[in-house]
Design a protein around this ligand. Structure first.
Ligand SMILES: Nc1ncnc2c1ncn2[C@@H]1O[C@H](COP(=O)(O)OP(=O)(O)O)[C@@H](O)[C@H]1O
Ligand SMILES: [Mg+2]
Length: 285
């Protein structure tokens, strides 16, 4: 009309009548606008792809930073813990009861920090799919014994009685450090959510091709409507208890992931008398 050329698209459709083509319909469409939009769409697509690449790079940098910083935090803390234990165990000289009490507070808090950092490290590994299990033969008896030694300052401080119902069990295939982390998180929770002078019972039994481990406490319990969510990352059953007890809601999510990586299952039961966390692990993976 105005002398300018435009892009067009022609659609032709023959009309059959008695096997003969009697008519031809054709539609001519101006596709200048369509082409412009398609070009824009391609540009947006490229921009989104670039943003995705940038995001992946930022995520990688963040993960690497978290991994480095957690290692850097662990090294001095391990040294602080080691020397505090030396003094606490009177290896350097005599200490009085008051000093011992204060050293135990230092140890408890150091352990809490170390536990938190180890969980952060595991989350980073899980996020990055870098957590490859180091499968070996694992003694559940030995693992639980070691955990109970490690957490002694925390249970002693609250005068909790810890009862073990564990016969000698056959070794299972698994990642010793990660299974230790998973069970530690459950025992630490039991300690954390059980008031002074409470009772924690650790039971382990062989059940066919599996080993079942249960950790029962006489603590606060978990409301039934919250039970389905407690294994979610960052979930805390009660925001008022999280303020009272601290924590970040990572422990159970990590524990569940580790147990499931071992083809095991985990579930919780709870009522007003306390909570029980159960794990069933296959002996062979
Ligand atoms: N033994 C327990 N007794 C009562 N509540 C528990 C127990 N274990 C876990 N919970 C609840 O589940 C939530 C999630 O636990 P977890 O992932 O270990 O996070 P955190 O210990 O950092 O709060 C806790 O905040 C608590 O509300
Ligand atoms: Mg916890």
């Amino acid at each position: 009309k105005d002398g300018k050329s435009k892009l067009g698209e022609i659609k032709v459709k023959p009309v059959n009548y008695d096997d003969k083509i009697t008519e031809v319909y054709s539609i001519i469409r101006d596709i200048t606008e369509k082409n412009r939009l398609e070009q824009k769409l391609a540009e947006y697509h490229e921009q989104i792809e670039q943003s995705y690449e940038d995001l992946k790079e930022a995520h990688r940098a963040k993960t690497e930073f978290t991994s480095n910083i957690t290692h850097e935090l662990l090294t001095p803390l391990t040294s602080i813990k080691g020397y505090t234990e030396l003094i606490n165990d009177k290896m350097i000289g005599d200490i009085n009861d008051d000093q011992k009490e204060k050293l135990q507070i230092i140890l408890r808090n150091t352990d809490r920090l170390i536990g938190l950092i180890r969980n952060l490290l595991t989350v980073t590994e899980l996020e990055n799919n870098r957590l490859e299990l180091q499968i070996k033969s694992v003694s559940i008896n030995g693992t639980i014994k070691k955990i109970l030694q490690d957490i002694q300052p925390q249970s002693e401080g609250k005068k909790l009685s810890i009862i073990q119902n564990i016969p000698p069990l056959p070794e299972i295939c698994g990642d010793e450090e990660r299974l230790g982390r998973a069970i530690t998180n459950l025992i630490i929770n039991a300690i954390k959510f059980t008031p002074e002078k409470g009772k924690i019972t650790i039971t382990a039994v062989e059940e066919g091709d599996s080993i079942k481990i249960s950790i029962n406490d006489t603590g606060t319990g978990i409301p039934v409507d919250r039970l389905p969510f407690i294994f979610d990352r960052f979930y805390q059953a009660d925001s008022t208890t999280s303020r009272k007890y601290g924590g970040v809601g990572l422990g159970l999510s990590i524990t569940k992931e580790i147990i499931e990586m071992h083809n095991g299952i985990i579930w919780a039961e709870s009522d007003e008398n306390g909570s029980t966390f159960n794990i069933v692990l296959p002996k062979q993976n």
